[in-house]
Design a protein around this ligand. Structure first.
Ligand code: NCD
Ligand code: ZN
Length: 480
């Protein structure tokens, strides 16, 4: 073989099934060999990874990089720099920007902006709602998937009715793309918040009380029914409660194409942390009672919950520290701390580093049709790699985050495990904990490599479009 660009020597290469001591050879951004030192081709450069673990870079399917619209919170450059520091090599960015990503023109502009600024690879979500259904066929060509907000959250995107959601699912089902859902039932939350505000509650725990787990149970159940009827593929974002696991599990058992994600904050934080972090911990869905943690861990372990994502949701310190909880912006950064938090739990013996790469890289790659180009270190895969020291002990310090939002409920937490180098398609975007100077604009959209199974729409004779097509001319007038 001709000389390759880089050989990563003597690290422990991790996959969902094994940890093997091996070298990794990379040429033109692609892994060309994984194996013994003696089998490696000559290389222009080598990196000694002895004592380190070589992981497929994390694929974070849920980030808010705020671009365009909120540059004081984040932009695509600062957000992808944070990703690089967190060992995250691909991010899927949410559409609650200004303007929301809901028309082909706005999506095209966002693609251009992101391609100019990104240090890591990315996918863009298209907004799915009443006003954007008409754009679905066009948006589907370049989005990684769609996002539908069943409940209110930051960005004040209108929440579609059940009827509109059904029509939206019918339309997306024809494209085969997956719809990611903010699954909280809206009217219950609005009712509770109004009643609590009128009663004078402004304390942090009022936020938790206004969004009880039943809103998630209802929304997951209803979404699963609509997905089953239409054949739409769906993904439940940020699972926060033990109770919503049941409708997820039941839908999977009856064959609905449904996947689930949880985030580090639901696994390691609880209602006990509101006293210390107040508004900083305010997030939708809320961090809940401690009793939810073990069932969420168990659901990851048994595959009911498929992926770890972060819901990286940066806001400024001023926006996070207001006294009236209802005026505090929801969410906090996470793309940079996810891998260390999870590696810390692995080091404590909760699960293996193999499990971790299944949840953080292999599963998201499979679910969104990027596998085996991404999500795995093997010949033919893109060389997206996080090289980590699983023994490095350190403490999270918000002031040192790459994100513009230097305020999190993880501040002061002791960690064991740190990404030391991050490569995206063979290039160092972060090396020895320093951001590369020349990788702004290296990141590219992964929709071009997405390969999904054929769409499987159901009940197509009863969709809104089918009914309108079948109606005799003038039927509308006669029916009135
Ligand atoms: C997210 C944000 O700030 O964009 N906030 C949050 O509390 N999770 C929106 C969202 O994912 O709901
Ligand atoms: Zn959400």
């Amino acid at each position: 073989m001709n000389a390759v660009d880089l050989v990563i020597r003597s690290g422990k290469v991790v996959s969902p099934d094994s940890v093997i001591e091996a070298c990794v050879a990379i040429k033109d951004g692609i892994v060309v060999a994984v194996g013994a030192e003696a089998a490696m081709p000559s290389a222009r450069e080598t990196l000694d990874a002895s004592g380190l673990h070589v992981l497929p870079g994390a694929i974070d399917v849920h980030v808010h990089f705020r671009d365009p619209g909120y540059p004081h919170k984040e932009d695509f450059e600062s957000g992808t720099a944070a990703a690089a520091f967190g060992g995250v090599t691909t991010v899927f960015d949410m559409p609650n920007t200004i303007p929301p990503t809901g028309t082909p023109e706005i999506l095209a502009a966002k693609h251009k902006m992101a391609a100019e600024k990104a240090h890591v690879d990315f996918g863009l979500y298209g907004l799915l709602g009443e006003d954007t259904i008409e754009h679905v066929p066009e948006l589907a060509k370049t989005v990684i998937g769609f996002k539908l907000y069943m409940g209110n959250t930051f960005g004040a995107i209108p929440t579609p009715s059940t009827g509109v959601t059904l029509e939206a699912f019918e339309t997306v089902a024809l494209t085969g793309k997956r719809v990611s859902l903010h699954a909280e039932e809206n009217s219950t939350m609005v009712n509770r918040e109004t009643r609590m505000r009128n009663a004078g509650r402004v304390d942090p725990l009022a936020h938790l009380a206004s969004r009880p787990a039943v809103v998630a149970i209802e929304a997951v159940s209803r979404a699963a029914i609509l997905a089953e009827w239409t054949g739409a593929r769906i993904h439940i974002l940020h699972i926060s409660s033990a109770e919503e696991l049941r409708p997820l599990r039941e839908a999977k058992a009856r064959g609905v194409d449904i996947t689930g994600e949880t985030c580090p904050h639901y696994l390691v934080l609880s209602s006990e942390d509101y006293a210390r972090f107040a508004g900083v911990i305010r997030v939708n869905p809320p961090v809940r009672e401690k009793r939810n943690q073990e069932p969420l861990w168990a659901a990851l372990a048994d595959g009911c919950v498929d992926v770890i994502a972060t819901d990286h949701a940066p806001h400024s310190p001023e926006e996070k520290t207001r006294n009236d909880i209802w005026t505090v912006d929801c969410g906090f950064p996470g793309v940079e701390t996810q891998m260390p938090i999870m590696l810390t739990e692995a080091a404590a013996g909760r699960f293996s580093v193999c499990d971790y790469v299944r949840w953080s890289a292999a599963s998201p790659a499979k679910i969104w049709g990027l596998y085996p180009r991404k999500g795995v270190i093997q010949p033919g895969a893109e060389a997206d790699i996080a090289i980590v020291d699983i023994n490095r002990e350190w403490t999270i310090d918000d002031a040192k985050l790459q994100s513009r939002s230097k305020i999190t409920p993880f501040h002061g937490r002791r960690m064991k495990g740190l990404p030391i180098h991050t490569l995206v398609r063979g290039r160092f975007v972060m090396r020895d904990r320093v951001l590369a100077r020349d990788t702004r604009g290296w990141g590219r959209s992964v929709h071009t490599i997405q390969r999904l199974p054929p769409p499987r729409p159901q009940n197509t004779d009863q969709t809104m479009q089918a009914i309108l097509r079948a109606a005799p001319a003038g039927a509308g007038e006669r029916g009135r």
